[in-house]
Design a protein around this ligand. Structure first.
Ligand SMILES: [Zn+2]
Ligand SMILES: [Zn+2]
Length: 181
């Protein structure tokens, strides 16, 4: 069998994705692997394009979450500062702020691609805290406010996550552009 891209060179392996023959040069130059196995030039390009689409949808969901967290965070601060020293007392101002911060977690519903493990792990931990000891309403409210306190951390983690995905997209784009030539 000959190589799919180099018709006068003998194939040394098969593309794991489409099964066509690939030569030693193609094996060495493969940019992507599936199960640690090389791909042909055509599949390299296609996988690169698929990766691009995946990374971009991850970026989009992270940006949506970031906006929701940022808006609810600012809303919380507004609630805090407008209610400090009011007739309801400072405790209610803080609770109001935390309630807004907690609302930021509705952004997690937009997370189809949970790749930010630290955020996920923290959420899970907090959810377990709610579920395990007392599965009562009090426990749930308590858990909600625990989550709410971590809102500023979530914003920072999301910001870091967004820059990481942007870097991934840029690196992947460079590979795909090379493959195109
Ligand atoms: Zn292939
Ligand atoms: Zn080849």
């Amino acid at each position: 069998m000959k190589c799919f891209s180099h018709s006068d060179t003998d194939a040394v392996a098969n593309c794991i994705r489409c099964g066509c023959g690939i030569c030693q040069e193609c094996v060495t130059n493969t940019q992507y692997q599936i199960d640690n196995k090389p791909l042909c030039t055509k599949c390299n390009y296609e996988v690169g394009c698929e990766n691009d689409a995946i990374f971009k949808s991850v970026l989009k969901s992270k940006k949506i979450k970031f906006v929701i967290f940022a808006v609810t965070f600012l809303l919380g601060l507004i609630v805090l500062f407008t209610n400090l020293n009011s007739e309801y007392g400072n405790a209610s101002a803080v609770i109001g702020m935390l309630f807004c911060w907690g609302l930021g977690f509705i952004g997690n519903f937009f997370d189809k691609q949970p790749d930010n493990r630290s955020v996920k792990a923290q959420t899970k931990e907090a959810m377990l805290e709610i579920k395990h000891p007392i599965s009562s309403l009090v426990g749930k409210i308590f858990g909600f406010f625990i989550l709410a306190v971590s809102s500023p951390i979530q914003i920072v983690l999301l910001y870091i996550g967004i820059s990481k995905v942007k870097k991934q997209i840029a690196e992947n784009e460079a590979i795909v552009n090379n493959l195109r030539n």
